[in-house]
Design a protein around this ligand. Sequence first.
Ligand code: NAD
Ligand code: DAU
Length: 339
Amino acid sequence: MKIIVTGGAGFIGGNFVHYMTNKYPDYKIICLDALTYAGNMETLEPVINKPSFKFIKGDIADRELIYKLFEEEKPDVIVNFAAESHVDRSITNPDIFLRTNIIGTSVLLDACRKYGIKRYHQVSTDEVYGDLPLDRTDLFFTEETPIHTSSPYSASKASADLLVQAYYRTFKVPVTISRCSNNYGPYHFPEKLIPLMIANALNDKELPVYGKGENVRDWLYVEDHCIAIDLIIHKGRVGEVYNIGGHNERTNLEVVKTILKELGKSESLIKYVTDRPGHDMRYAIDPTKIHNELGWEPKTLFDEGIKKTIKWYLENKKWWENIISGEYQNYYEKMYANR
Ligand code: NAD
Ligand code: DAU
């Protein structure tokens, strides 16, 4: 089996590459990543020298490159993680989100159609469903919840999902889509809530909480997301959407206070700042379908996962300090320029 993992130098894609190379040593795993600011070759250090692994630097929206890659490698499966993924950045600069998340997905789908594929898997997000009110804790996103996006990021991800479904219906490309809630764990880029708060707390810097900190996210330990995608690409039904999430809902303030407590830092570090425009209130996934069809359920609950995550950031300071200092961006040139 030969799998192309796009966006594998990012947070979830990187964890997926580690997971798959460990679980399936006989599979060939090819990581294609443009190495934007969010891509980091240091995340791939544990696998880079494995004979079953190959890294290719490239942009999913580059049609010529993608077609050449398919011609040369003849992959069985594509798992598309590559995306611009940060909501705040999509509010200041939507353009790149449209190019990567929509055009990039369409180029990959065209390649699948032209060269043939056993499975194209689109890694999507619960954000395509919009948000839920805080006072309706009985409501959850199911796969039938209408698409109703809030930010340029979620609009671009929803557009990509619609294209994936159109290529299934019109061209019979064998696709699956997963829509996951907020992930956390090792190798999470420190501009997102949990790693940012850990890094700031460790550096005794203020912890910026948007608005009142009452927004709710449904946190999933990243390894559980990897396990779910592994199940979907092997056993999921073609043409189907699977929601992934584990009933681990927390307000942002609860998350931040938990991190401060674990690190023995004072809550006086919390600083309430201007809210995110269009800020989604609550995300909450109903994972019944993936549980019933594929037997998936999260293994790591939030109280355990956050401890593991904090421990990882304490033991891997170099990884995130290199990001904060910008040093990680020189790493590729230093390590791979003449390779
Ligand atoms: P990330 O920002 O950490 O990583 C994205 C990766 O994609 C980076 O390595 C980057 O270099 C690469 N990339 C960006 N543009 C590219 C392009 N044009 N061509 C090739 N590579 C490119 O993102 P993440 O948090 O790991 O998210 C991965 C995927 O999962 C995204 O599609 C995101 O929408 C989805 N998702 C994320 C979460 C979450 O909580 N982080 C939850 C649900 C779904
Ligand atoms: O739900 C899945 C989505 O989760 C993914 O599709 C996105 O790619 C991923 O980035 C994430 O989006 P969020 O916007 O929920 O994640 P973020 O870490 O940016 O913010 C989490 C919550 O914390 C959100 O309510 C905003 C708030 N926040 C965030 C930052 C960075 C703060 O209060 N302060 C901050 O400094």
